[in-house]
Design a protein around this ligand. Structure first.
Ligand SMILES: [Mg+2]
Length: 325
């Protein structure tokens, strides 16, 4: 009985501590305001932007995004666009920016499709080995630009499997890596191909561009993200991938070399806590969450959320309003 009472008391104490921790966490993010914006703005030399839910939703520009980017450039800030969406290559993203009326060079874009190619490059992936892709043309293009032989992706979109008795599904034994990203045309053929390569080709790498649960593929809705495709291969291979997109800091190594800046002079701006904000925090950057994408203010203040950005704002153009205030 005594033990039960003590157990109940320690449970109550734990709940009280948990509540206090929650209050501390809830108060650790500051809403961007005229009181704190100038300090942030003056101390940051480079802004790292996520794209989906920050610059655009689907093919629609978020209100004020273009003017904000223009303002930051005019004030001499370096800009980098870090996207987990592997569907496009860097040049395809540059085209998308252009179609939305924003001038961004390919060198300012770091997509997870590029990160997958760079991961193989820095790890001296043998050029005679091939790469199988579950994902889009963006991954294939970046792999080919980096000098690798890649196949799969859209080329396998219409392939089907045959479960006839004694039929054998053949796969290429020279595949040394399987890269998995978002793939709206994922099918059982691709799952079998990737699974066989990882399970049967000795040393075959399993690389995930990212593990986002959902994304704003269109302006009006969220859709299953690459995490869904990655989970399918985890399930069939019982293996965990190397993740090259956010929140992994792999891409940060390239950013640091390129800009020669300390992370403390960078601010990561994104709409997801578990990728964008965690990526910025893992690298030691300042972090700004915008509520124009997949995170709401109540998500941010949920006591179970333990990822707190330094600042939050409704959208990136709040920076524009505050600078002009
Ligand atoms: Mg996003």
């Amino acid at each position: 009985m005594q033990q039960n009472k003590e157990g109940a008391e320690s449970g109550a104490t734990a709940r009280a501590h948990s509540f206090i921790d929650s209050v501390v966490l809830m108060s650790s993010s500051q809403g961007l305001s005229c009181h704190n914006f100038r300090d942030l703005f003056d101390s940051v030399e480079a802004f790292l932007f996520d794209c989906d839910g920050v610059i655009w939703k689907g093919d629609e520009l978020i209100d004020g995004a273009s003017q904000t980017i223009h303002m930051l450039r005019s004030k001499g800030k370096k800009l980098v666009f870090v996207t987990n969406n592997s569907w496009k290559s860097r040049s395809q993203y540059a085209e998308k920016f252009k179609s939305l009326g924003i001038s961004v060079s390919q060198d300012e874009i770091f997509s997870s499709s590029f990160a997958a190619a760079m991961y193989l490059k820095v790890n001296s992936f043998p050029p005679q080995n091939k790469v199988y892709v579950i994902g889009g043309d963006g991954i294939l293009d970046e792999l080919q630009l980096a000098g690798f032989t890649a196949f799969g992706g859209p080329g396998d979109a219409d392939k089907t499997i045959d479960w006839k008795q004694n039929s054998i599904f053949e796969h290429d034994k020279s595949v040394g890596a399987v890269v998995v990203g978002i793939d709206p045309k994922i099918n059982y053929y691709k799952l079998q191909y990737g699974t066989l390569c990882i399970r049967e080709n000795p040393g075959c790498l399993f690389i995930a561009t990212n593990r986002d649960a959902v994304g704003h593929m269109t302006a009006s809705q969220e859709w299953p993200g690459a995490g869904c495709m990655v989970a399918a291969i985890c399930g069939s291979t019982q293996k965990e991938p190397v993740v090259v997109g956010k929140p992994s800091t792999f891409m940060m190594e390239f950013l640091l070399k390129k800009f020669n800046l300390s992370c403390s002079k960078m601010c990561m701006v994104g709409d997801r806590l578990d990728t964008d904000i965690l990526f910025g925090q893992n690298a030691g950057c300042k972090t700004l969450l915008v509520l124009s994408g997949c995170t709401t203010q109540s998500d941010l203040q949920d006591p179970s959320n333990n990822i707190q950005p330094d600042y939050y704002a409704s959208k990136i153009s709040d920076m524009l309003d505050l600078l002009e205030a």
